[in-house]
Design a protein around this ligand. Structure first.
Ligand code: FAD
Ligand code: MG
Ligand code: MG
Length: 319
């Protein structure tokens, strides 16, 4: 451990959680993990009870009133999901539950079963009522899944909590969703965040991203997947087909201010692919991204908000 760095870890939301502080403060670390647990209890769809589960269980029957935080995050997820051409769809739940990727019992479902689930993944059939903060899924069998957005949101909640506690500098990593606070002491280049080698060992890095006061979120096909018939079936779905997105990408990393945006954009850019993604980013001054491709390229958008130190030179780096 680097001198003066205190790391605290836990497993929450099925993910390894890491908190780095620059004071030995186990009480604060416990409070942070408690806060994450509270948030998980609102958003999870991996247990019978949560606010999101109460919406899902009432699908086709009635609207459910939820807390302000849940209503707000669902409103964001809804807006992103209904925007034209979006690869992000928060009503993907029935497809996620059927494939069970990352959970016991995963399998490639019969094509007709997948086709039959697609009508249940229509985000236009979610009715949001601002007045009483209620959410109604119009068809029985519809299910909200916030897996592609909630960790980003929660990383921002943790950042706000630490700031409110007067903590000058910290890093929180929610299993690939990194949010930072302040600047690390004695590190003029800022925070160093490793970019993992896809399908490599835990400590094998393609390189290191250096950022100042930014969030770094990575979505890859190599974290949750299974192999069958020589194919890698991973957990980022094409909402139009109900199958894992199949393109040139192994991972997408987004550098942004809010981790919420990072989480949303990894999924959106994953769907766009490299060329369309780079063109899109050219008009987004607040976002940067790093694409890692199957043909061993590391492709950085014009790096306004990060620097990249390459470590593995078997991969080709381009900007
Ligand atoms: P991202 O790429 O950000 O998101 C991928 C996830 O989003 C998928 O796993 C799926 O859930 C969903 N998704 C897939 N395709 C799309 C799409 N096109 N549009 C929108 N969403 C899509 N894991 C466990 O193993 N056990 C748990 O108990 C558990 N509890 C969790 C509780 C909470 C509150 C959250 C947020 C996550 C939990 N997870 C759990 C992890 C969860 O199942 C997802 O795997 C995880 O959120 C994926 O995050 P990511 O950043 O790796 O991937
Ligand atoms: Mg994510
Ligand atoms: Mg995401």
């Amino acid at each position: 451990m680097t001198e003066g760095v205190y790391s605290y870890s836990a497993v929450l939301m099925g993910s390894p959680i890491l908190l780095k502080l620059f004071d030995d403060n186990p009480t604060l670390a416990r409070q942070v993990f408690q806060l994450i647990k509270q948030q998980e209890n609102l958003f999870t769809v991996n247990r019978a009870e949560s606010e999101v589960m109460s919406i899902n269980q009432a699908a086709g029957r009635h609207a459910v009133r939820v807390s302000e935080a849940v209503f707000r995050l669902i409103s964001v997820a809804h807006a992103v999901s209904v925007s034209p051409g979006s690869a992000f769809n928060f009503t993907i739940g029935p497809v996620v539950k059927r494939w069970k990727i990352g959970f016991q019992g995963h399998a490639v479902p019969p094509a007709d079963e997948i086709a039959a689930l697609l009508p249940l993944t229509d985000a236009h059939q979610v009715i949001l009522n601002e007045e009483d903060r209620s959410v109604f899924l119009q068809q029985p069998g519809m299910e909200i899944d916030l897996g592609a957005i909630a960790k980003g949101y929660i990383a921002d909640v943790v950042q706000a909590f630490l700031r409110q506690q007067g903590v000058p500098q910290a890093l929180i990593n929610l299993g690939g969703n990194v949010q930072t606070l302040g600047a690390p002491p004695h590190e003029p280049q800022g925070w160093s965040i490793g970019l993992k080698k896809p399908f490599g060992r835990e400590d094998e890095l393609l390189g290191v991203l250096q950022v100042q006061g930014k969030s770094v979120v990575t979505s890859g096909i190599y974290e949750r997947y299974f192999e069958l018939d020589g194919k890698c079936w991973h957990h980022i779905f094409d909402p139009h087909t109900g199958y894992p997105l199949d393109n040139e990408l192994l991972s997408v990393t987004v550098i942004s201010d809010r981790s919420l945006d990072g989480d949303i954009y990894t999924t959106l850019l994953y769907g766009m692919g490299v060329e369309q993604g780079l063109a899109y980013l050219a008009d987004q001054p607040d976002l940067d991204a790093v694409f890692v491709t199957r043909d061993r390229q590391i492709i950085c958008s014009s790096p306004r908000h990060f620097q990249f130190q390459q470590r593995d030179f078997a991969w080709q780096l381009r900007y």
